[in-house]
Ligand binder design. Sequence first.
Ligand code: PMP
Length: 308
Amino acid sequence: MADRDGFIWFDGKLVPWRDAQVHVLTHTLHYGMGVFEGVRAYNTGTDEAPKTAIFKLKEHTRRLFESAHIMGMKIPFTQDEINAAHISVVRENKLKSAYFRPLAFYGSEAMGLRATGLTVRVSVAAWEWPAYMGQEALERGIVVRTSSFTRHHVNITMTRAKATGSYSNSMLALQEALSAGADEALLLDPEGYVAEGSGENIFIVRDGVLYTPEVTSCLNGITRATLITLAHDLGFEVIEKRLTRDEVYIADEAFFTGTAAEVTPIREVDGRQIGAGTRGPITAQLQQLYFDTVAGKNPKHQDWLTYV
Ligand code: PMP
């Protein structure tokens, strides 16, 4: 990732990609106290005449600042400046579509948990990143295993914050799922109810109704909110409630949502086929509407797009 041409927005300036470096004593590298986002931009035009639009940019930047606020970190830029940084990295890197990684972290001025006087450094990088789990996953669905690692308790890490340190839990769960031959992990909350994937929220469908866990242990996903709105637009009922893993087993359909994962159908959980064992019809309908919406083809939600 580090060795490529292009520019990264770093502490208020565009710097050559290879020069966007930090010291090994960078505080956040040691204790995982940092916050970040994952944002996508889609080409709403054609290959010859690209028209790039960032999806829900303001919502992502707001969550970045809220994550920082929760962690007690003061980002030394305004939300407007961070939004502008996203636009500048698309332009400078001549990207038609993009995945963005905004990150706020503590510098290397001091070490130790009691360190004071740390600067908050902010970067926004962007690059082309196609389907997170591959095109086949979007069409056929993926195989999921319930994790032996529990998702965070609301009073252990702050679950509303998208904080770097929280992701060791995600990586442990994902490593375990992958080594068991699955594509993704399903994490349960400390009370044993369904929380989310390692980097996605989960929905199930039963008798035409959508269900998704309340936002307690899981991240308050922006794609989750998008899907709830789109499901309502299509006339579906969406119920936010505690879900058990056996409710997932007997669902007619299930899918994950996330900026990276988009809308990824789930075809199997813990060796049990979900529904027909392929992308279900309601999942397919919602997935299509999601891809149309991010591509600028949904007149109802143009306000979700920031054209570059
Ligand atoms: N849960 C976790 C743990 C995540 O990392 C993500 C990705 N940010 C999500 C859910 C989905 O969130 P969003 O739709 O905002 O990308």
